[in-house]
Design a protein around this ligand. Sequence first.
Ligand code: AMP
Ligand code: MG
Length: 292
Amino acid sequence: MSLLKKYTLDGRKDPEIRDLPTDSKKDEVAREKIDELTLKNQKRIIDLQDRLYADGREGLIIVLQAMDAAGKDSTVRHVLGGINPQGVDVYSFKQPSSEELSHDFLWRANTHLPKRGKIAVFNRSYYEDVLVVQVHQLQKGYALPERIARMSPEKFFKQRYRQIRNYEEYLYENGYRLVKVFLNVSKEKQKERFLERIDLPEKNWKFSSSDLKEREHWDEYQRIYQEVISATATEENPWYVIPADHKWYARYLISEAIARTMKDMDPQYPTLPKSEAARLQECKEILLAEDD
Ligand code: AMP
Ligand code: MG
């Protein structure tokens, strides 16, 4: 059985997130072997990305969600580092601007969709609008019509889950594939990485005291992640709940999820119509006939 399978939630018989491991121990894998497989996947991804770009019929969106210090940035850098930069856009979802807040919550995601043939990495995503917004009840401060503002928070967010599910279905039906990753880090590992960010001067910039404030809401975030992931995991747009305490293992599992999805997309180099293929031959003859 593939190692990725037990971390794939597709809305059928999904496990609870808290019952899934946050490290590699249970899987009894050897790091050396796993690193080899990661390298193989990176090569597969490079080849498939070249085809995807040439083919230009389908786009890929990689959604990364996690608690702080789970390794979102370093994982992407590592897994996608080798591919042609022309083919990838990375977009980080920060606190929304007033321009963004004056639109519906999916608007900014929509403005950052990749063109067909390209890959977009969403470092955080529209899922923040049901995560951080729900934990802090930020919607209460939004300018919304009375019929929406008076809704209970439960109903408001249930509606958003449905809207996200429908949006992702819409994307699938319009030539996009999604790889949705939740980097599942333990609270202990987060503490360790925060301490490292405080102790090492070159990592200070990654830490902000507000990260500690979010950590206080750890249990609430876990509960809401569970709810959000169960509500939006489908066969076409599954979630990958990836153990993130051992970065080398997370990298392998993510590379596997991306490589498999791209293989399933089956991108092809375009073949020329007969008339143009003949024209290529003519060009070749002209070039060969040049005297130099
Ligand atoms: P970082 O990823 O550390 O650069 O932080 C970005 C911050 O923006 C995080 O604290 C996110 O929770 C926050 N953020 C992203 N999207 C939203 C949103 N829609 N509403 C409120 N905060 C958001
Ligand atoms: Mg942060």
